[in-house]
Design a protein around this ligand. Structure first.
Ligand code: HEM
Length: 157
């Protein structure tokens, strides 16, 4: 596995778990157990009363870092095609927007339009990270095909 494959796939897996946790936060009605922003009532210390929302915020922060790191490595890569770079930039913009929107959802006490927007932006983010991951796999497949083709072109000794 290349570094870009590991990074993008790892980010996708963490993001998928975050969407799952977010769905649980919403459906179990624990969205306002951390009524403040950015920290929960005991700062960085978790407590049973707000553990689900605490996990949602902590995993969101890790996801944000992973998405931005993936973008940085994608932009640095000479092999990454234009589409992959664009997808990773949109993903980074979406994750920053999503974390900001998460804060507004809390401040506005779970306004239904904002919660729906939070879900929709989460889907855009997931699509962009998925696209980045698919591109990362395509690069490797193309490189392998190119190496095999150049091997076939070698004159017989
Ligand atoms: C990358 C970052 C994030 C992603 C992908 C994400 C994703 C989600 C998803 C998919 C839901 C379920 C929405 C629904 O079922 O309608 C959700 C719920 C929620 N998220 Fe996030 N979230 C992120 C960051 C945050 C942050 C930073 C906060 C800030 C505090 C936050 C606060 C909430 C709250 C309060 C709910 C529950 C809303 C309710 O009770 O209906 N999220 N999140």
């Amino acid at each position: 596995m290349t570094l870009l494959q590991k990074l993008s796939f790892g980010t996708l897996a963490v993001l998928f778990s975050l969407i799952f946790i977010g769905g649980y936060v919403s459906s179990s009605g624990v969205g306002l157990t951390c009524p403040d922003w950015p920290l929960c009532p005991h700062g960085f210390v978790p407590a049973y009363d707000f553990i689900i929302e605490y996990i949602h915020r902590t995993v969101a922060a890790s996801t944000g870092a992973l998405v931005v790191i993936t973008m940085a490595f994608t932009l640095k890569s000479k092999q990454a095609p234009r589409g992959m770079k664009i997808a990773s930039i949109i993903a980074a913009g979406a994750v920053i927007g999503q974390i900001t929107l998460g804060a507004i959802v809390i401040v506005e006490r779970l306004h239904s339009i904002l919660v729906t927007g939070h879900l929709a932006l989460g889907l855009v983010l997931f699509s962009m990270v998925l696209m980045t991951t698919v591109y990362a796999w395509k690069i490797k497949a193309q490189n392998k095909a190119a190496v095999e083709a150049s091997g076939r072109q070698q004159p017989a000794a």
